[in-house]
Design a protein around this ligand. Structure first.
Ligand SMILES: [Zn+2]
Length: 510
């Protein structure tokens, strides 16, 4: 049976299992129950952990790993620790010179605990160093432990996702993008995208694509081995759908940023598991600020040469004081209007943008989704509570979804971000369900959306009729779902919601 046919059969089975059916009345009953949980925080946590959560659209793979795993891998792989800077480095170690093996150093509980703090924002209180600096410093410290562990990292995040009913992950990583750096440095950048792209291709830019594919093959094979995906029944983590976003380092010299961006476009076009690209590293970095507009034009020009490559951009991950006011006035607008970003990561500084009202209306009209990272913004930017623009985006009809950013470094999970959003902004069940749906609707999965109108959750004609997920799909609907990865996962989400709501309604009240 082909993969598509298996998928269609699985969908039909899932839908039939739900045939005894949720009704709109169930959703209303769940919404009423949800209100009663506001002054019962532990029960709210239980509810939100179980609730289907669709996808996590803003998740840096290496930042998603908890320090405990990083220390274990560093020890197993024979890495050393530069004690004075808490940095993992390859062997040889030299205990006499402050560079013992990680395994030896982390043997004492106090050293182990101190290392967890150094590799994360745990126990971090703003002192001589800001949360921003502590956060970004951790990546340089633990990087060596991640180099040979891509598959183990996938297994960790997939397991955590499955444990919270997350069906889909769009993970940011750097698929061989470092190989574009020396090419870019050699070829240079004169502002002409077509000429420079031609020279980069001539120099072998696309040779990195098959190597990136092999890396993903190896990582996914390791994921399946670690999780035991061959077993029956299969562990739930094996059913989490994973796609990748190619990261470009925005703090590099322009020629290297262009070459990396060009490679990211090639990767998305040729490797179907890589579904989009994003610019990463601190947006407030000196080079990132100086080159911001030029970088947005690079994306625009490459998009003209290689259309239909989905772009999401960290934009407006800034605040007054971190950078001068002038730098707050245009980043989100240029990401949307110049680079053509379909999604924005963070968007915290929207209120400081020139013409913010008009920009919000434009984002709503163009369906540009904002990936909201509440804990990350609290720790890195010191922006929380009423200062955060999540409600502003909602009031203007800009689609939003909650995401984790770096759940390992921040020591959170996606369920926590839902709890935080519900408690801080008094979100209703309907509002968080809309966010969950958005996390698949605005994903970069291929295929048409199940929703004709995502705001109203109105299905396309082929799947109109009974609420999606509550009955077996009709023949035209099944054909549509089999042809669209996105719609298939959306249907599965509706099926999961129906089962979840039915179980909430059926549970005894205490
Ligand atoms: Zn991020």
């Amino acid at each position: 049976m082909s993969r598509i046919a298996r998928l269609a059969a699985a969908l039909a089975t899932l839908a039939l299992a739900a045939c005894t059916a949720v009704s709109p009345g169930d959703e209303r009953a769940v919404a009423t129950h949800f209100e009663s949980l506001r002054d019962r925080p532990p029960e709210l946590v239980m509810f939100l952990r179980r609730m289907p959560k669709g996808g996590d659209l803003h998740n840096h793979l290496s930042g998603a790993i908890y320090a405990e795993s990083l220390i274990r891998w560093a020890a197993e792989d024979g890495l050393c620790l530069i004690v004075v800077s808490n940095t993992f480095v390859p062997p040889p170690c030299d205990p006499g010179a402050g560079k013992p093996p990680v395994a030896e150093h982390a043997r004492s509980s106090s050293a182990y605990n101190a290392l967890i703090d150094a590799l994360s924002t745990r126990n971090y209180t703003q002192g001589s160093r800001s949360g921003h600096d502590q956060f970004f410093a951790t990546f340089g410290r633990f990087g060596a432990a991640t180099e040979k562990r891509a598959g183990d990292m996938l297994a960790e995040v997939a397991t955590r996702a499955a444990g919270q009913n997350i069906a889909y992950l769009e993970l940011m990583l750097s698929p061989r993008t470092w190989e574009a750096r020396p090419l870019g440095a050699r070829i240079g950048w004169d502002g002409n995208a077509a000429d420079t792209l031609a020279k980069l291709r001539e120099a072998g830019l696309a040779d990195s694509v098959p190597r990136a594919s092999q890396d993903i093959d190896a990582a996914e094979a390791r994921l399946r081995a670690v999780l035991g995906c061959g077993a029956t029944p299969q562990p739930p983590a094996c059913a989490v759908t994973i796609r990748y976003i190619a990261q470009i380092s925005r703090t590099l010299p322009a020629a290297e940023v262009f070459a990396q961006t060009a490679l990211a476009f090639e990767l998305v076009r040729r490797e179907k598991r890589i579904v989009g690209l994003n610019f990463v590293q601190p947006e407030d970095d000196r080079t990132a600020l100086a080159d911001y507009s030029a970088q947005m034009r690079m994306i625009r020009d490459l998009s003209a040469l290689m259309p239909e490559v989905p772009v999401s951009l960290h934009a407006g991950e800034l605040w007054l004081g971190l950078v001068p006011p002038e730098a707050l006035r245009f980043h989100i607008r240029e990401a949307v209007e110049v680079a053509g970003a379909r999604r924005i990561g963070h968007g915290v500084a929207i209120a400081f943008e020139d013409g913010a009202e008009q920009l919000l209306a434009e984002m709503a009209r163009r369906n540009v989704l904002v990936e909201i990272n509440l804990t990350s913004n609290d720790v890195i930017l010191d922006v929380r509570g009423a200062q955060h623009p999540l409600p502003l985006y909602q009031r203007h009809g800009v689609p939003v979804a909650l995401s984790t950013d770096d759940e390992g470094v921040s020591r959170i999970d996606l369920s926590n971000e839902y709890r935080r959003a519900v408690e801080t902004y008094r979100l209703s069940y309907g509002e968080i369900k809309a966010m969950v749906r958005n996390s698949l609707t605005y994903s970069f999965l291929t295929g048409e959306s199940l929703w004709r109108d995502p705001r109203e959750a109105r299905p396309i004609a082929a799947c109109a009729g009974d609420p999606p997920g509550t009955v077996a799909p009709s023949a035209p609907c099944a054909a549509f779902l089999a042809a669209s990865e996105k719609a298939a996962l959306q249907w599965r989400l509706e099926t999961d919601f129906a089962a979840f709501e039915r179980s909430v309604v059926a549970a005894p009240r205490r």
